[in-house]
Design a protein around this ligand. Structure first.
Ligand code: NAP
Length: 306
């Protein structure tokens, strides 16, 4: 059996060495150096070349290299083949810390003070009293972020695909539920998976339902946001500010208006970076399960696509 590492856009040498050490009985190969496509049973994929999939006639399982599976073209993989994603406490903790940190930064007006410092302006103002955070997506990362926010005195609401019941978090689902949540919150955090239902969800209509002092924190995928609509909302005082970690095109092109926008805090897709060791252990665990005929862990629902 070959475990094929079909991860593009990064150096995979350390990852391959670690997987090979964890899986001495399995042949771990890099996609462009594959010696026998028919022997490939398990693929670790992240933006894999489109022409790879039809060659893998004995494919049995696919793993994403991250928490999301939007980097895998699921339409190219037969519906019965399990697709797994990374679920990692370290990743969830990093995300929760990032979300809390940026909510607090907006509450404490840190961006305003950075700008005032560079202008040599002394003008104290009280921190905002806003306490209500709404999270789009109440999955692994949404829940971890909610827990951290609650522990720091914030009120949390969350919107998901299916109805949920939670003692501490007000939960919403459906379009009506989303509209109800948007009108009440002070900070909107996006932690949705990217798919055909969620692409462009943060658009003029959604932004228009937020209170004008609200702030957007997008830590999911850049394509959740319609950039022109966000810029218009920021420029027309319809939205107080935005923290953006992810972009439609990454790296963000130098000419993009986000770079210099006074209401935008921008980070380079670093909110929660996969840790090589925990990712390798999880992938190796699933590869072993596959060879032992056991069910894989952290499978995505192929019907829902996340
Ligand atoms: P997850 O566990 O799959 O949770 C997804 C949540 O979104 C679930 O609560 C789901 O609802 C909800 N959802 C899905 N489609 C929906 C829809 N159409 N309408 C309403 N709710 C919907 O995902 P996760 O592990 O929390 O990760 C979320 C995303 O974070 C990933 O997909 C990835 O894009 C992003 N991410 C970013 C970074 C970074 O560094 N910036 C790092 C890791 C991940 P149900 O619970 O009802 O199914």
């Amino acid at each position: 059996m070959i475990l094929l590492v079909a991860v593009t856009g990064r150096d995979c040498s350390q990852l391959i060495a670690r997987l090979q050490a964890l899986l001495p009985e399995i042949d771990v190969q890099f996609w462009s150096e594959c010696t026998d496509y028919e022997a490939v049973e398990f693929v670790l994929a992240w933006n894999a070349p489109a022409d790879l999939w039809p060659k893998l006639v004995n494919l049995k399982a696919v793993s994403s290299f991250g928490a999301g599976v939007d980097s895998i073209d699921l339409t190219k993989i037969a519906a019965h083949i399990p697709v797994v994603r990374i679920v990692d406490d370290n990743l969830a903790n990093d995300m929760a810390e990032y979300v809390l940190g940026h909510v607090l930064a907006h509450k404490l007006r840190l961006k305003e003070y950075y700008l005032k410092q560079s202008a040599g302006t002394w003008k104290p103002k009280r921190a905002y009293s806003h306490q209500h955070v709404g999270i789009l997506g109440y999955g692994e990362l949404g829940k971890a972020s909610a827990k951290r926010l609650l522990a720091n005195g914030f009120q949390v609401s969350a919107w998901s695909n299916s109805e949920k019941h939670d003692v501490e978090v007000s939960t919403y689902y459906s379009q009506q539920g989303l509209d109800d949540m948007l009108g009440q919150i002070d900070y909107l955090v996006c932690l949705l998976p990217l798919n055909q239902h969620t692409q462009g969800i943060i658009n003029k209509s959604l932004l228009g339902k937020l209170q004008s002092h609200a702030v957007l924190i997008n830590v999911a995928r850049g394509k959740h946001v319609v950039d022109e609509d966000l810029l218009e909302a920021l420029n027309s005082e319809q939205l107080r500010g935005a923290t953006l970690d992810v972009f439609s095109e990454e790296p963000l092109p130098q000419a993009h208006p986000y770079w210099s926008h006074q209401k935008v805090t921008l980070t380079p897709h670093c909110a929660a970076i996969s840790d090589l060791e925990s990712v390798s252990l999880q992938i190796a665990g699933n590869a072993k399960r596959l060879t032992e005929g056991k069910e894989l862990i952290n499978q995505v629902d192929r019907t829902k696509g996340y």
